[in-house]
Design a protein around this ligand. Structure first.
Ligand code: NAD
Length: 471
């Protein structure tokens, strides 16, 4: 396997001017490889080359861009296994889940290619014809997190390119390799400078956010970083799409068929070891089924096979990094100290790697950190309620508003509850599912803007009203 990685700027493979930094495998705590560390000047160079490429890419035909995206998807298909292995080695998820991520990246690329950029005729009268056109913005800066590193980069980059923008992408320093490889493969198809990648912490992201040459930042990551970005972006009125943290509530109604639903509740809470923005993170269960559902969820948790994502048969990998592992352990410990029952899990697995046992915490309520804060890891608090109105109030009593769910047999009743949840997506008898054609975005402190579908595509454009006088 290739262990030498480069920045791609203006179509050229470059070493980082600040040397390299180490990227750890979370299953072994050993070094996967050295990652190039870009200098601030290389960020400037990447923006400059993207600005130059924008001069022609913005006028490329729709057919050219559609063909490019489809050709890129073909390349990803050829290199799917290699990309999946990078993801498992640096991110930690089981190889089958990494393959699912690569499959999603390909599907999103093809779907974005298939979208149309609409021209709306606002008026066509004897006096005038008014048409609403969509123009690209310029250079888009994409900043991504470490949980679904390839998929999220694709979510940012493909609609930007499809609408005629050029891109500088910066992956998380925890998981940079799959993005470096993604950009290399894309450069086999795209003209030089249309997509560039820089890596490193210590001001690389903030230099992008402050850069006069970047017209829009699309950011997925934590809410505090999103807030910092929003403040810095004010200086040149950058457009922003911010996909931030969540603390999604699920409400299990008294009529829910918990025998059937328990596996789905577990899966949607623990997808990617709970490190998913719109995973189910707080579960409210009616008194009448509380004990039974807690036990069913604990059974699911005990059945997981925890281990290295590269080991066949393993379906539950490590937490991605030491800080996140410590946070999850701290929140569970705090719950325990405050009288909650750790029904299963609540401890490290093994003595190497960031493995944390899938954990179900019961006899816990709002006001405890594990319920109120985003755990972003493999520990689910299960909260008892007796009145549905009260459950709705508690679900909404949180600054986040990414997703939410209602679980029940009477769909009309579930819909009535769902419509009252303050969040960008609400599922019934499901959670966490995102789809290329379904617009997705956060309410309240979970973000600004939308991704996916035509709504998401148009976030990378500026409207231009063309007014033709028939005077
Ligand atoms: P993070 O905010 O720490 O980092 C995200 C990215 O921002 C990284 O690339 C990082 O290098 C960069 N960054 C850090 N400081 C910066 C600054 N001042 N200016 C510019 N860039 C900066 O987030 P994380 O820990 O990588 O990801 C976990 C978080 O992401 C969780 O809160 C999760 O809920 C959220 N998330 C949200 C979504 C969504 O769609 N809403 C999806 C995935 C993850």
């Amino acid at each position: 396997m290739n262990t030498q990685f480069f920045l791609t700027i203006g179509g050229q493979s470059l070493a980082g001017e600040r040397g390299t930094f180490k990227v750890l495998n979370p299953a072994t705590e050993e070094v996967v490889a050295e990652c190039p560390f870009a200098s601030p000047e290389q960020v400037d160079q990447a923006v400059k080359t993207a600005e130059e490429a924008f001069n022609s890419w913005q006028y490329s035909s729709d057919e050219t861009r559609v063909a490019a995206l489809n050709a890129i998807a073909d390349k990803f298909e050829v290199h799917a296994e290699e990309l999946a292995e990078f993801i498992t080695l640096e991110q930690g998820k089981p190889l089958d889940l990494a393959r699912f991520e690569v499959g999603g990246a390909i599907a999103w690329t093809r779907y974005t290619a298939s979208l149309e950029i609409p021209v709306e005729v606002v008026e066509d009268s004897d006096v005038r014809r008014a048409e609403l056109h969509r123009k690209p913005l310029g250079v888009v800066g994409s900043i991504t997190p470490w949980n679904w590193p390839l998929m999220i980069a694709i979510w940012h980059v493909m609609p930007a390119l499809r609408t005629g923008n050029t891109v500088v992408v910066k992956p998380s320093s925890m998981t940079p390799f799959n993005t470096l490889r993604m950009v290399e493969l894309m450069n086999e198809v795209l003209p030089a400078g249309v997509i560039n990648v820089v890596t490193g912490e210590g001001g690389i992201g903030s230099r992008m956010v402050k850069h006069e040459g970047i017209r829009k930042i699309v950011f997925t990551g934590s809410t505090p970083t999103g807030q910092t970005i929003m403040r810095s972006a004010a200086d040149n009125l950058k457009r922003l799409t911010l996909e931030l943290g969540g603390n999604d509530a699920g409400i299990v109604l008294p009529d829910a068929d918990i025998d059937t639903l328990a596996p789905a509740i577990f899966q949607t809470a623990f997808i990617n070891m709970g490190q998913t923005c719109a995973a189910l993170k707080r579960l409210y269960v009616h008194d009448s089924q509380y004990d039974a559902l807690v036990e069913k969820l604990a059974e699911q948790a005990r059945a997981q096979k925890v281990g290295s994502g590269m080991t066949p048969g393993v379906n539950f990998g490590p937490v991605q990094n030491r800080d996140q592992f410590d946070l999850v352990a701290e929140l569970v410990e705090d719950a325990r100290q405050n009288g909650a029952s750790v029904v299963t899990g609540g401890e490290r697995v093994g003595d190497k790697g960031y493995f944390y046992a899938p954990t179900i915490v019961a006899d816990i309520t709002d006001g405890t950190r594990l319920v109120d804060e985003e755990q972003f890891g493999p520990a689910l608090p299960v909260v008892r309620y007796s009145d549905v109105e009260d459950a709705i109030r508690r679900a909404n009593d949180n600054p986040n508003g990414l997703g939410g769910s209602v679980w029940g047999s009477d769909i009309e009743q579930a819909k009535a509850v769902a419509s009252r949840l303050e969040c960008g997506t609400v599922w019934i008898n499901n959670h966490s599912e995102v789809l290329p054609h379904c617009p997705f975005g956060g309410a309240k402190m979970s973000g600004i803007g939308t991704e996916f579908g035509t709504d998401g595509l148009l976030e990378y454009t500026q409207v231009q009203l063309l007014n033709i006088s028939k005077g």
